[in-house]
Design a protein around this ligand. Structure first.
Ligand code: ADP
Length: 269
């Protein structure tokens, strides 16, 4: 089959005239498919050996027969295998998201409930070192795929904790207005320089490679967020100012939002 990309633009003097430019993107499409399959297969193949290595390392660390001077290298090896495991899991998640434009299973997701769960984990991760505030509309639900939305929202919340220093104020918002439901994470951390902003959602793009690794990041979080939003007809906007902080906002079409009461009425009916 031939894949065409069409661009239609107004043309000429008369209002109704249009210029249609068609581009054959068959090759790009196939190359993209090969890349996608390769990443999915490679990640899948790497998963099993890594599970075996981790499985042998864990009991060795705690074994009474392990010499004391082997403990530290074993723990380091174990931490690195865990890092590899997170990267592989994120790559597999991305390939799954790449397979289609829309999630198979969608339902009314109880976003406030998801956020409360994520915030419990986030508070453990932050260990009380961040000041987390919330402004969550407890009645606002979102039509979509629950695991995907959970992973997008948790990536943004964990990022605000991982990439900002102690004492940073983080505000989590979930509300709706005429332009639709909006989830936001705002921090008054170090901010991100403007030249990095357009590239943040690229795979493995990090502002500070060494620091991101230290914080346990895979460099794939924002790529996952962007994919999930695209699949939900949503849009991610990032605004940031160095020294002031960063705001990540996820905006969804109004039709995806609903009120808990509406659902009850529908459920009862
Ligand atoms: P990572 O696994 O490194 O967190 P992400 O794709 O989630 O990867 O994020 C990409 C980069 O964006 C991070 O490495 C970090 O440099 C930057 N970043 C993300 N969130 C924030 C934030 N709230 N404040 C400052 N920098 C951030």
């Amino acid at each position: 089959t031939l894949m065409l990309s069409l661009r239609i633009t107004p043309f000429g003097e008369r209002k109704r005239q249009r210029l249609v430019v068609g581009r054959d993107i068959t090759k790009i499409y196939h190359l993209n498919m090969i890349r996608r399959d390769f990443v999915a297969n490679a990640s899948h193949e790497l998963r099993t050996p890594l599970t075996v290595i981790a499985g042998f390392l864990e009991p060795l660390i705690d074994a009474p027969t392990t010499p004391a001077n082997h403990q530290r290298p074993l723990i380091l090896m174990h931490n690195q295998t865990e890092r590899m495991r997170s990267i592989i899991e994120d790559l597999l998640t991305l390939s799954r998201l790449d397979m289609s434009d829309h999630p198979d299973e969608q339902q009314s997701v109880d976003v406030p409930d998801e956020l409360h769960l994520i915030l419990q984990e986030a508070r453990t991760l932050s260990n009380g070192q961040h000041c987390v505030e919330t402004d969550i509309d407890d009645d606002l639900l979102l039509f979509g795929n629950q695991p995907e939305l959970h992973s997008a929202f948790s990536n943004l919340i964990f990022n605000a904790i991982k990439h900002t220093p102690e004492g940073t104020r983080i505000r989590i918002g979930w509300s709706t207005d005429r332009s639709g439901p909006c989830f936001s994470v705002e921090d008054d951390g170090p901010g991100i320089a403007p030249e990095h902003l357009p590239r943040l959602t690229e795979r493995f793009y990090r502002v500070d490679r060494a620091r991101s690794r230290e914080s346990g990041g895979t460099g794939l979080g924002l790529a996952i967020v962007k994919h999930v939003l695209n699949r939900h007809d949503g849009r991610l906007t990032i605004s940031s100012e160095v020294g002031q902080g960063t705001i990540f906002s996820c905006r969804f079409p109004p039709a995806r939002g609903s009120c808990r009461d509406e659902m009850d009425v529908l459920g009862a009916g």
